[in-house]
Design a protein around this ligand. Structure first.
Ligand code: PSU
Ligand code: MN
Length: 304
């Protein structure tokens, strides 16, 4: 039996029927450098509380599935070396063998759904990598969105991905892609991409209503809520393009493949922007946390 370990705060919120927002942990262990990773994780949790919901950061610690981390657990995870990156393929094996791992978007969706949490905030989802026509590198996050009923708030997909192909795969898989407050699909560090989002909604209530309607129709799968980075925090796409191209070339030269690709590219871009990519990343995650809290609140109010 899977015995979910809830944090005290999440346990109390579940008992009281308060809105809860899931958070992933790969962004902590593989997406940001220490010590900013821990500071950001704690800040994002606080942003969710300030917006009227309860944060549930998800990870596997010593074979236990944790939904909500106590602050000492978060501190330890953020400093640990060699933590596994868990997606759909490896979360069960990690639990079964008593391992410790951080959950990606896909694994966090599985755990959140298992714990009855319907809304999840992150930075960016995984998608179709550039060169996927030869590498076949397509994130399991896309397939998860097609089968697990959680609404994921992200700032679109990173420009290290092929956004056009990512949108095509999401369409094929029947995943609603809803841009928040604009017509364009956002590009993570930049608010706009050249691609139109298939759907647009301007407030949390409509997004919650769409989520509940999918559930009522018995449709499997979640929604991708593409929330643009605030204009003041973005890095112009033209400025990033050559940096991304050189990071991608380095990844090819060093034959980085599989799970290693996303963390490698993020680290190279961080170095080449002298940390500006991280500042923007923090701003967009915080912005996503607020919107996710609003959606979770709207869902709770609808079911009352
Ligand atoms: N985007 C970020 N930071 C991250 C990730 C994505 O800005 O840390 C992580 C997420 O956990 C996402 C994962 O689910 O990378 C995708 O990895 P892959 O491309 O290997 O599926
Ligand atoms: Mn991949």
């Amino acid at each position: 039996m899977i015995d979910i370990q809830y944090s005290a705060e999440v346990r109390a919120a579940k008992d009281a029927g308060h809105p809860i927002v899931a958070l992933e942990s790969t962004i902590i262990t593989h997406g940001m450098p220490y010590p900013q990773n821990i500071e950001v994780a704690a800040q994002v949790e606080q942003d969710i509380r300030d917006a009227g919901a309860i944060p549930a950061t998800i990870a596997v610690l010593n074979g236990k599935l944790h939904v909500g981390l106590e602050s000492d657990q978060l501190q330890a995870l953020g400093q640990a070396k060699g933590v596994a990156k868990l997606s759909r393929a490896d979360m069960a094996a990690c639990i079964a063998t008593g391992g410790t791992g951080a959950t990606t978007v896909a694994a966090t969706m599985i755990a959140a759904n298992f714990a009855g949490i319907e809304v999840f905030a992150t930075g960016g989802i995984g998608g179709v990598h550039q060169g996927a026509e030869t590498s076949f590198d397509i994130s399991a996050d896309l397939h998860e969105l097609a089968q697990t009923p959680v609404s994921v708030v992200a700032a679109g997909a990173k420009a290290i991905l092929d956004l056009a192909k990512t949108l095509e795969v999401l369409e094929t898989l029947g995943v609603p892609v809803i841009a928040h407050g604009q017509d364009e699909f956002p590009a993570f560090w930049s608010a706009k991409s050249p691609y139109a989002a298939p759907l647009r909604m301007d407030d949390a209530e409509d997004i919650a209503k769409a989520h509940a309607t999918r559930r009522a129709l018995g449709l499997p799968g979640g929604q991708l809520i593409a929330n643009p980075i605030p204009a003041a925090d973005q890095i112009p796409a033209e400025e990033l393009a050559p940096i991304i191209a050189s990071a991608q070339a380095d990844a090819n030269t060093h034959r980085i493949t599989g799970k290693g690709v996303t963390p490698y590219l993020l680290q190279r871009i961080y170095e080449q922007t002298e940390g500006r990519s991280l500042t923007a990343n923090i701003a967009l995650v915080r912005n996503n946390a607020k919107l996710a809290a609003g959606i979770a609140r709207a869902l709770t109010e609808r079911s009352e």
